[in-house]
Write a protein that binds this ligand. Sequence first.
Ligand SMILES: Nc1ncnc2c1ncn2[C@@H]1O[C@H](COP(=O)(O)OP(=O)(O)O)[C@@H](O)[C@H]1O
Ligand SMILES: [Mg+2]
Length: 236
Amino acid sequence: MSTILSVENLNVAYGSIHAVKGVSFDVNEGEIVTLIGANGAGKSTTLNTIAGLLRGKSGSVTFMGEDLGKIPPHKIVSRGMALVPEGRRVFLQMSVQENLEMGAYTKGGAGVPADLEMVYDLFPRLKERRRQVAGTLSGGEQQMLAMGRALMSHPKLLMLDEPSMGLAPILVEQIFEIIQNLHKAGSTILLVEQNAQAALSIADRGYVLETGKIVTTGPSGELLASAAIKKAYLGG
Ligand SMILES: Nc1ncnc2c1ncn2[C@@H]1O[C@H](COP(=O)(O)OP(=O)(O)O)[C@@H](O)[C@H]1O
Ligand SMILES: [Mg+2]
């Protein structure tokens, strides 16, 4: 199995706040790896640094064999990484289809109709609403749109920052089913979640982040069964 992403001894700070402290983990091709942790643990900071939105103080991020520290941030997406940020952030004034087309933008436009069909097959609700302005979609539909937009670039690595946030349980289930389908279709996914139960139930492996440090790692089944994890994250 080849390693797609490798994070080594990453440190990230906001001024005097040391948010990510020596974090190391990797993601192999075809895996879903989840990074779980409570609010403020450093999950988003880690993802945003991988995506080049923040600069680490030290450590390295290697993506597809390339040291991302040597690449200007605006070029990182073209290397095949897509981030669905926390809170989705779709273009509220634009239609569903226009939002999706924005996702294809970096690729130059060829093949856009086929990619739209691919996304609409995955999210039939978006197809029904393709002319609707994104601001009028429900939270779950906006999450689907943000994911669909990311998929338009055929990423080698899809990074999802708390896709379940603010969604009703039934929608969380739907979103996670879609993530599972993407996995079955061969996508490689880094899933950041506070909802440890949902994330571990679909991931291959997990890492637990506590106040900026990875404290536990293992196959998802082991983490789900661990008494300490149950106590801290699974309400038991
Ligand atoms: N822009 C910022 N400026 C200062 N501190 C921040 C900023 N963003 C996050 N932090 C702090 O960094 C830590 C990690 O935050 P974050 O990565 O957002 O955690 P998570 O995504 O796990 O909830 C927290 O203590 C948070 O308050
Ligand atoms: Mg976050």
